[in-house]
Design a protein around this ligand. Structure first.
Ligand SMILES: C[S@@+](CC[C@H](N)C(=O)[O-])C[C@H]1O[C@@H](n2cnc3c(N)ncnc32)[C@H](O)[C@@H]1O
Ligand code: SF4
Ligand code: SF4
Length: 372
């Protein structure tokens, strides 16, 4: 009975979430300068010290809740649709669920990236109650080593608790190329995630400027196998061409929209391109304007060709889809020059929204349906 109630609550949440995600995507399509994702840092402090990471310290105090609320309000005023809590370790902030609740109250999608070490059943329940939409738990290896303590051995208990109680989406992310003695662990982690009904993703390690650190043969192989494991027609993790290209050591041709579609707001409330390009532009969020968003949308970032920062790549895909929908879909599905190879539902959507004679009517109806 209890299990059936949980399954029902989950289903209700999923439906609501998918509608809000569709609305967020439609809004991103409407305006090219609207931020899609903003990462905010509730605390720079972390309880771990992964050797590949430069995004934490041991001493910082948490950002006061009032200040975080002001930042969230400003991000929403700028039109931001997804607000992610990262760090440092965001679960070290005592009022993390209050912050999530505020994001949801202001109408944005709320997500968290965590090392999972502080997740308990009661934290999961509090995040459920606050309305969290999605949680990414980072796991790098099967057993803890000198590089990372975020291991399956330590965190499997938390994964099981998430599988039993979480009403939000869960993704397990492993970093490949960080110097771990057994890169094959990423495959075991991905399989365990799928077994529990979660998504799994991999990140390619970057240096202190966000740039690719060349992968060894084993790491490259593992990455390719993990990407195959992730194949699913309708999730964004399906579209990892940038990782395949970079893993082979080649530059990737894309337009980074950081500072516009993606904002990184540090603990001091400054807007940066991303965690690895702090100081650019380094403008206080309170003073960040529509003009800044427009400028950064077209600024070419010299660090783009070898950048491995996955969340910014994925956000940029929305603009590819917005500007060149058919070509972008063909590229994602590996069917250049033809729509015939696209999965049938995608072909139908292309017809209804992009190429078909009734497209204006369908787009209008979709906008009305989504309340935009
Ligand atoms: C900086 S952490 C902050 C959140 C939390 N402490 C965690 O570990 O999930 C956010 C994500 O960045 C990843 N990360 C940190 N340093 C990285 C690097 N040099 N290359 C690639 N990913 C990195 C982490 O593994 C994690 O998935
Ligand atoms: S747990 Fe996260 S913030 Fe902490 S050191 Fe590891 S990657 Fe960095
Ligand atoms: S390309 Fe964009 S996301 Fe990547 S390092 Fe440069 S500014 Fe950051």
């Amino acid at each position: 009975m209890l299990i059936r109630t949980l399954a029902l609550r989950r289903r209700v949440r999923v439906v609501g979430r998918r509608v809000r995600e569709a609305r967020a995507l439609a809004r991103a399509f409407q305006s090219p300068h609207r931020p899609i994702v903003a990462q905010i840092i509730p605390t720079r402090r972390c309880n771990l010290s992964c050797t590949y990471c430069n995004e934490f310290d041991r001493t910082s105090a948490p950002v006061p809740v009032e200040e975080l609320r002001r930042r969230i309000d400003r991000l929403v005023e700028l039109g931001t649709t997804i607000i992610t809590l990262s760090g440092g370790e965001p679960l070290l902030h005592a009022d993390v669920d209050g912050i999530v609740r505020h994001i949801r109250r202001r109408g944005a999608i709320a997500t968290i990236i965590t090392n999972g070490s502080l997740l308990t059943s009661s934290t999961i329940d509090r995040l459920n109650d606050a309305g969290l939409d999605s949680l990414q738990i980072s796991i790098d290896n099967v057993a803890p080593d000198d590089v990372s303590k975020k291991s399956l051995k330590v965190l499997d208990r938390q994964l099981r608790a998430l599988a039993e109680r979480a009403l939000f989406d869960v993704t397990v992310n492993a970093v490949v190329g960080g110097g771990s003695a057994s890169p094959e662990d990423a495959l075991t982690i991905g399989r365990r995630a799928r077994e529990l009904g979660f998504q799994s993703t991999v990140g390619i390690v970057h240096d202190e400027r966000g740039q690719l650190v060349p992968l060894g043969d084993r790491e490259r192989q593992v990455l390719q196998e993990t990407l195959r494991l992730q194949r699913s027609a309708f999730s964004f993790d399906r579209y990892n061409r940038f990782q395949e290209t970079l893993a082979g050591g080649s530059p990737y041709d894309w337009h980074c929209r950081a500072g516009s579609r993606y904002l990184y707001v540090c603990e001091d409330g400054l807007v940066h391109y991303c965690s690895q390009q702090r100081g650019r532009p380094g403008i206080p969020l309170a003073e960040y304007t529509a003009g800044d968003l427009a400028r950064e949308h077209s600024t070419v970032k010299p660090c783009a060709p070898y950048c491995t920062i996955g969340c910014v790549h994925r956000v940029a895909m929305v603009d590819d889809l917005r500007e060149r929908p058919v070509e972008t879909l063909q590229q994602w599905f590996g069917t250049p020059g033809s729509t015939a190879g696209l999965p049938r539902p995608v072909r139908l959507l292309v017809h209804l929204l992009v190429t078909g004679p009734e497209r204006r009517f369908v787009r209008g109806a979709a906008r009305r349906l989504l309340g935009i």
